[in-house]
Design a protein around this ligand. Structure first.
Ligand code: GLY
Ligand code: MN
Ligand code: MN
Length: 370
């Protein structure tokens, strides 16, 4: 009988673990407890919904429960498994004792006050310390496998939108359109929508994050649709406007302003640029056209395993763009009692500038439906 091959992480996962460990070493962190599910998926490939990953210089310890035992065996047989019978804190404490850890660094953003207290108490004498956002920081720059997944999540969302657009008829409710769009995404392999789909008709579109309801499409409707698909855990995020039959002159003007602001901001994207300066390109143009107060949110945000992640593309944030970042660019103008216009695309920062990953048309003519 030949020797059994020892299970190993994939090359992608190994690279991420190596980078994470280099950071931990540099910061003098002996053990890092990851409780964020998306960070865990990113760093280990294990998608169990219950659990945590404890990373040391030599091992990856997964703490989970019986529902995910088989998933563990299939996904990361190379890691060490600790099945949780009681609370997460007690199982983490057991691992700390076994490894004789003097301190354990955890993710303060991801742990409740209660969990924090339970962990501190159970793990004694191991000291609990809040860690800097190491994995979150790594996730800002997408590698090749992530870009492939993002592109796929975008292509699903775009194909579903084209199918839904053909079906929109006078009399349909916002909720029906949202459901239809989500169905079309799932039909094409999406795990689900990246966030509850926004379909906002008429003056509902003046609310940047409106909830779809029973408003119906009618002749002359303006409809704001903000949607995205999750594919292999990666999220796409787009917004398009539709105008049914005709478009009031004021909204046509606002549409052109938002479109021009978005195009100017996208053109300014390049490595080294500060995110607040990209925001300012769109904001200054909209203000110059007289709608500064009606653009009430940041210009965009990173997308990836989470729908909103770093970098935030917003006033007050001074991070510099780096090749491999993927972000939305989504200026909007919202007019209470009338409606609103937002246009959103997903953009990759490249070594030389940028690449717009979304391809749905966005001219005013393309937004008209009968
Ligand atoms: N759909 C949420 C957003 O655009 O940020
Ligand atoms: Mn969106
Ligand atoms: Mn967005």
């Amino acid at each position: 009988m030949g020797k059994q091959k020892k299970a190993k992480p994939s090359l992608t996962i190994q690279k991420r673990l190596d980078r994470c460990r280099a950071e931990l070493r540099q910061r003098g962190i002996p053990a890092y407890l990851i409780t964020s599910r998306m960070d865990q998926i990113y760093l280990t490939g294990f998608n169990g919904e219950d659990g945590a990953a404890l990373i040391t210089s030599r091992g990856v310890h997964i703490i989970t429960d019986g529902r995910f035992e088989e998933a563990f065996r299939l996904q990361i047989p190379w890691a060490q498994r600790h099945m949780r019978q009681n609370s997460l804190a007690e199982t983490v404490a057991k691992v700390c004792r076994k490894l004789r850890l003097p301190e354990l660094h955890f993710q303060p953003d991801d742990v409740t006050v209660q969990e924090n207290a339970a962990l501190r108490k159970a793990c004694r004498p191991t000291r609990l310390i809040g860690a800097p956002p190491i994995v979150t920081h790594m996730r800002r720059i997408k590698d090749r496998s992530e870009l492939k997944k993002l592109r796929h999540a975008i292509s699903i969302a775009e194909a579903a939108f084209k199918a839904a657009k053909r079906k929109i008829k006078i009399g349909m409710t916002e909720i029906e359109i949202a459901a239809f769009l989500e169905f079309e995404m799932k039909k094409r392999g999406a795990m689900g929508p990246s966030f509850p789909t926004i379909v906002a008709e008429g003056k509902n579109a003046a609310l940047p994050h409106a909830e779809p309801g029973q408003r119906r499409v009618r002749r002359g409707s303006l409809i704001l649709i903000d949607w995205g698909a999750i594919s292999e855990y990666y999220c796409s995020d787009l917004t398009r406007m539709l105008f049914v039959g005709k478009i009031p002159a004021r909204l046509a003007e606002v549409y052109q302003i938002v479109l021009e602001a978005q195009q100017r901001a996208i053109e300014s994207i390049a490595p080294g640029k500060r995110v607040c300066d990209v925001d300012e390109v769109a904001r200054a143009y909209i203000a110059q056209k007289g709608y500064g107060a009606e653009f009430s949110h940041g210009l965009g945000h990173g997308i990836g395993l989470d729908i909103h992640e770093d970098p935030r593309v917003k006033y007050g944030f001074t991070d510099r763009l780096e090749a491999g970042m993927v972000m939305t660019i989504e200026p909007g103008i919202y007019l209470p009692g009338i409606g609103g216009v937002r246009i959103e695309d997903d953009v990759l920062v490249t070594a030389r500038g940028h690449e717009v990953l979304t391809h749905l048309p966005k001219s005013l003519a393309s937004a008209m439906i009968q």
